[in-house]
Structures are given as structure tokens and as C-alpha cells.
Write a protein that binds this ligand. Structure first.
Ligand SMILES: Cc1cc2nc3c(=O)[nH]c(=O)nc-3n(C[C@H](O)[C@H](O)[C@H](O)COP(=O)(O)OP(=O)(O)OC[C@H]3O[C@@H](n4cnc5c(N)ncnc54)[C@H](O)[C@@H]3O)c2cc1C
Length: 304
């Protein structure tokens, strides 16, 4: 007989771990499964300066370990390297199958699977991630106050990043592969320089970003910068959800109501996978709401 968990949480990033803290502290049996190491994308963040309670900032992996310890302290069971590959959500209990071949049953399911970033796959991107390479100007922009930075991209996100960074950095270079309408119509501060039609060749630096190389109008150029913001957009987490009837937003993220409930009874979602905010504080707030909604549902169906 398979054990039935009160809640199976998919994803052990900030959202999943917070859901685990809330549920287990309320006395529910919570299982958290993660495809990799617990901590989620937080592990890639060098310094988090905008999470409340840490006025001097906190390393992403240190905060992740605090979340993990906190969830375990109240009895949440965290299982790493357990990628959920199939979901049966319309049944009661709900069924989850993992790549390793394990099956789990949950009275409720909380989806906290994050959302992958579009990667450029340019030289230096992966090696210097968190050391000057960033996908989030809101997160990392203030770390480069008064310095020279580059934004790579041509869409709305690049435009918003450049506008925000122009208020913080000394100089902002926008390297856009094509002269998009958004860029042509934008009016930037004087410290923004646009290279429309630039092809990025690599991000240079050993321990941290030192410069960016690109071709522009048939010339090879290299600009000294302290940070490179890659603004390509966030991919919706659609792969796992394709096998379910869960309702998605027009952008492909998980649709939730104000209680983080999805279109399927007993299934909740929180964090980057719902497509709002893409910040740790937002993810944990949504996860607290999701866990409280799940606990009310569990009480209603007589699980407690
Ligand atoms: C370099 C970097 C710097 C950042 N800096 C900041 C910052 O300064 N401030 C800030 O607020 N935010 C920052 N962020 C963003 C922040 O890390 C995310 O918003 C936050 O981690 C989202 O939490 P989450 O739990 O929703 O998703 P994630 O952290 O992405 O966690 C999702 C988890 O789900 C797991 N998962 C996915 N699919 C499956 C599956 N099928 N089965 C099992 N597990 C699965 C993944 O392995 C992952 O561990 C930064 C991000 C990066 C990458």
C-alpha cells in the first residue's frame, strides 16, 4: 500500500520549501520532491539584498539552506533528485510518478516548479552567472551602482532593465541583435548607449565579468563592463503540465486565483511557475497562501 501524504509539493525552491514549512508546522504530512538539489534557483544567486530581514544581504545558497533547515525542523520530508515526470491530478488521492520510477500519493498537490530562464549559450554566460552575469535587473542592478553595465536583448524586458539600470549605473550599453520597435521608440537617459544589430561573441572575465565582446557594423568591439544583464525572457514551465488538464495563462504559466488555487480541486501553485514577480519574497508569500488554502481544503475533506 502506498502511503498517502496530506500534501506533495513539487519543487524545493523558496516556494516549495515555504509551503513545506507552513504545512508541516500545522501538523500535516508534507513531502517535497525536487528534480535536483533542494534550494532551487536561489542557489545561483550570489547575494540577495532585497529579502526582508537581511539588511546586509545574504548569499543565495545560505538562505536556501536556512529554508531547508526550517522545513525539516517542522518535519517536512524533502527528497532530492526525484524529478516528477507525470501527474494525475483529477483523482483523489492525486498521483505523482518520478523519473526513478517511484509513485507518490497526495490529498493535495502544490506545484512550485519554478520557471526556466531562456539561456543565450554565449561564452562566459554560465561560468560567470552570479559573478556579473544576471538575468534579473531588479535583483542584481543595485549591486552595480555607479559602474558600467551591458543589457543584452531587444524586447520589452531589455528596455525595462535598461531604464531601471540607467538610474543606478554610470553607463548602460544595450546590445540588441535587431533594432526592435520598442528600442527605436524608447527615450533613454543620456547614460544609455544603444548598439542595435550587435552580435554578442562572449562575456570576458575569470572570477567576475570584466568586459563584453561583440560585432557591430562589421567591427569587433569590446566594452569594459562590471555586469551583463541577459534580458531574453522567462520560459513557462509547460513540460510537466502538458499531461494534465490544468488551466494555464495565455503566456503558459499556471493560472491561480487569489488563494493560489489552480483550476483543479486540491491543487495549488506558487512561485515563479505562476508567472508573477520572479522574486524570492513573492514566491514565499504566494507559497504561504497556497499552503493555508491547502490546509483549509484538507480540513474540509476531513484529513485533520
Ligand atoms: C542568479 C540569480 C539571482 C537572483 N537574485 C535574486 C534576488 O536578488 N532577489 C530575489 O528576490 N530573487 C532573485 N532571483 C530569483 C529567485 O531565485 C527566484 O524568483 C526564486 O528562486 C523562485 O522560487 P521558486 O521556488 O518559485 O522557483 P525555483 O527557485 O526555480 O525552484 C523550483 C524548483 O523546482 C524544481 N523542479 C522543477 N521541475 C520539477 C519537477 N518536474 N520535479 C521535481 N522538481 C522540479 C527545480 O529543480 C527547482 O529546485 C535570482 C535568480 C537567479 C538565477
Amino acid at each position: 500500500m502506498l502511503e498517502i501524504w496530506d500534501s506533495v509539493v513539487v519543487g524545493a525552491g523558496p516556494a516549495g520549501l515555504t509551503a513545506g514549512i507552513y504545512l508541516s508546522r500545522l501538523g500535516f504530512k508534507a513531502l517535497i520532491l525536487d528534480a535536483g538539489r533542494a534550494g532551487g534557483r536561489l542557489r545561483s544567486a550570489r547575494l540577495i539584498e532585497n529579502y526582508p530581514g537581511f539588511p546586509d544581504g545574504v548569499e543565495g545558497s545560505v538562505l536556501a539552506d536556512r529554508f531547508i533547515d526550517h522545513a525539516r525542523r517542522f518535519g517536512a520530508d524533502i527528497r532530492e533528485y526525484e524529478e516528477v515526470t507525470a501527474l494525475q491530478l483529477d483523482t483523489s488521492p492525486k498521483l505523482l510518478a518520478t523519473r526513478k520510477g517511484s509513485l507518490y500519493q497526495g490529498r493535495t498537490v502544490i506545484l512550485a516548479i519554478g520557471a526556466p530562464r531562456m539561456m543565450y549559450s554565449i561564452e562566459g554566460e554560465e561560468r560567470l552567472l552570479g559573478r556579473g552575469v544576471s538575468y534579473c535587473a531588479v535583483c542584481d542592478g543595485p549591486l552595480y551602482r555607479g559602474m558600467d553595465v551591458a543589457v543584452v536583448g531587444s524586447g520589452m524586458e531589455a528596455l525595462e532593465d535598461a531604464t531601471l539600470l540607467s538610474k543606478l549605473a554610470r553607463k548602460v550599453y544595450i546590445l540588441a541583435s535587431k533594432p526592435s520597435r520598442e528600442l527605436v521608440e524608447a527615450s533613454f537617459q543620456d547614460n544609455v548607449e544603444v548598439y542595435a544589430g550587435a552580435e554578442v561573441k562572449g562575456i570576458i572575465g575569470l572570477e567576475k565579468v570584466e568586459s563584453i565582446k561583440f560585432t557591430y557594423m562589421d567591427r569587433d568591439l569590446e566594452l569594459p563592463v562590471s555586469a551583463v544583464f541577459l534580458a531574453l525572457g522567462i520560459l513557462p514551465p509547460s513540460k510537466l503540465l502538458r499531461s494534465t488538464s490544468i488551466e494555464l495563462t495565455p503566456d503558459g504559466f499556471i493560472k491561480v486565483d487569489s488563494g493560489q488555487a489552480t483550476s483543479i480541486e486540491g491543487v495549488y501553485a506558487a512561485g515563479d511557475c505562476v508567472g508573477i514577480g520572479f522574486q524570492v519574497a513573492v514566491a514565499v508569500g504566494q507559497a504561504a497562501v497556497a499552503a493555508l488554502s491547502a490546509s483549509r481544503y484538507l480540513e474540509k475533506v476531513g484529513a485533520k
